[in-house]
Design a protein around this ligand. Structure first.
Ligand code: GLU
Length: 547
């Protein structure tokens, strides 16, 4: 009898579940290889939480010689946008999250387990739904939204659990001949699972990062096929993850409470259950209270925010890996230039109690990440950003390419490495005052320090210009500054000054500051000797003439 019902509901389904088992055979991969996936809706938006999960999942698959694939979950067409898939793929590629299989992989090849877009797999889901109906494990439900509202109201009044279960699962009780008759009459229906669960019994499962979890059994007769013939997330997930031979379902912790239902589905469909991994939610500190990063309230929720704000994607990845495994920070210090893909992630070390994400901490990480780049890389990536977001700066950088790389190269090697850039928008502050077309056309507020008397400053500068020689090495250059000190009553060494301050007007530090400020108007700059070398004596003199 159930066969008749199944055939009436799905007359065009001719394949069987056995056929699909053959079409999508077990993968031939080495022992321990993790097959996992990114399964977004094609909204085009990549949330920082999804990026966090994807960073872990893609690397976990890679480090076990497994497979990371992209599956588009588009059974809810209300949420789709044009180019949604492309936006997701490109949005993740920036963060070195790449797919081995998917709807648009790099070679435009799908892989052997496709289609990877759920709306193109309708027939597959219907085949499995048909088989469940044949076995008496699923049934058509004719309840209208009004019927369901009435049931809910009744449950609310009685203060009992809402939902379609037990005595409230009205259509479950209907005879098959009645069902067939109503279908033949052209009534609308959906397909529901005939849940065998008993909420008084417990179901246990072991999450890879959370350990053993116990839940009451699931007993709701959930919808598996909607009125448009497409599956719900729950049903599609079980079938796809089985047929795509997923070993690990890695997803956000908001799905944790669905596990009892999913285990039930795997069981009823006769599938082996995958290992579940529920990743912690990304949280932020909002005036002292911890809350989820929200798409609506927080611009940093979007993975695209970082590019727009000039934060290199490597820095974001570094920070996400810090949050993921706290030992990453030490590894990064020990291996400053090694690609982060070399770091072995340990799932056992993932902290499950909510991952705190903080833009200030990210800026700190980013400073370190950028300090490990070559000057050329800083130039290239900074310029790429500036071309989109700061045209004036981009023009200056392009006009003075070698000079700019020279400036960026100051203090980039050796023991004291510059860490003054945390995002590409900092480059303006770092470079602008060194370009003459900007500097010479501006009024300056000079940040003089201990020596403020204009006559004294002019005297020092004049003497310094007299002795300055572009060809001097650093020691000779500095000795000449010391000679200027001596001539005008300043100590050659700070130590000397500290011993007998009454003998001097100040010390070599004060004199150097005068030169620095006269040249740039500011007290803090990278190494003065290097800047002077890049500017040259003539440009130095023009700058001095402005004071
Ligand atoms: N489409 C689901 C989501 O976007 C996927 C969850 C999963 O990874 O299974 O949340």
């Amino acid at each position: 009898m159930s066969k008749e019902l199944a055939d009436i509901i799905f007359p065009n389904i001719t394949k069987t579940v056995e056929d699909y088992e053959k079409i999508y055979p077990k993968r031939n991969l080495p022992e321990g290889a993790v097959v996992t996936r990114f399964a977004p809706s094609p909204t085009g938006f990549v949330h920082i939480g999804s990026l966090f999960t994807a960073t872990f999942a893609s690397r976990f698959a890679r480090q076990t010689n497994g497979i990371y694939y992209l599956r588009i979950e588009d059974t809810d067409s209300k949420r789709e946008v044009d180019n949604g898939i492309e936006l997701i793929i490109n949005g993740l590629k920036v963060f070195d999250v790449k797919f081995d299989e998917g709807p648009v992989d790099e070679n435009n090849q799908e892989g052997a387990y496709g289609p990877y877009i759920q709306s193109q797999r309708k027939e597959i889901y219907q085949t499995y739904a048909k088989s469940l109906i044949e076995k008496g494990l699923a049934y058509p439900c004719f309840c209208t939204p009004e019927d369901l509202d009435k049931t809910r109201e009744k449950q609310e009044k009685l203060k009992i659990r809402p939902g379609y279960y037990g005595e409230y699962a009205k259509c479950r009780m209907m005879s098959e001949s009645q069902m067939i008759e109503r279908i033949k009459n052209g009534e609308n229906y959906i397909i529901r699972l005939k849940s065998p669960g008993n909420p008084n019994k417990k179901v246990r499962y072991t999450d890879l990062i959370r350990g053993m979890i116990e839940f009451p059994e699931h007993d709701q007769d959930i919808v598996i096929i909607k009125s448009d013939g497409l599956p719900t997330y729950h049903f599609a997930h079980a079938i796809d993850d089985h047929l795509m031979r997923t070993t690990h379902v890695i997803r956000g912790e908001e799905w944790l409470s669905s596990v009892p239902l999913h285990l039930q589905l795997f069981d009823m469909l006769g599938f082996e259950t995958p290992i579940y991994v529920h990743m912690p939610t990304i949280m932020k500190d909002d005036n002292g209270s911890k809350r989820k990063i929200s798409k609506r309230k927080d611009p940093e929720a979007a993975a695209s925010y970082y590019k727009e704000n000039g934060i290199p994607s490597d820095a974001v990845t570094d920070y996400l890996l810090n949050i993921l495994n706290s030992n990453y920070e030490i590894w990064r210090k020990e291996n400053p230039k090694t690609p982060s893909t070399e770091f072995k992630i340990d799932p056992a070390k993932i902290n499950v109690s909510g991952a705190m994400f903080d833009l200030v901490k990210l800026a700190d990480v980013s400073k370190n990440t950028i300090s490990n780049y070559t000057a050329e890389r800083v130039y290239e990536e900074g310029l790429e950003w500036a071309k989109m977001y700061d045209h004036e700066l981009a023009k200056l950088m392009e006009q003075h390419k070698d000079f700019t790389i020279g400036i960026l190269n100051i203090e980039r090697t050796g023991t004291k490495i510059r860490k003054d850039i945390s995002k590409w928008s900092d480059l303006r502050e770092n470079l602008e005052y060194l370009y003459d077309e900007v500097y010479l056309n501006k009024e300056h507020e000079y940040e003089w320090q201990s020596i403020t008397d204009k006559e004294e400053i002019k005297k020092i500068i004049e003497e310094y210009v007299n002795v300055y020689d572009e060809n001097d090495d650093k020691d000779t250059w500095f000795n000449k500054i010391k000679d200027v000190c001596e001539k005008y009553g300043y100590a050659r060494e700070v130590k000397e000054y500290k011993k007998n301050p009454e003998n001097y007007k100040g010390h070599v530090g004060d004199v150097s500051t005068v030169i620095r400020v006269a040249l740039t108007s500011r007290r803090n700059t990278p190494d003065l000797y290097e800047i002077l070398k890049l500017l040259g004596k003539e440009r130095m003199k023009i700058r001095f003439s402005l004071i």
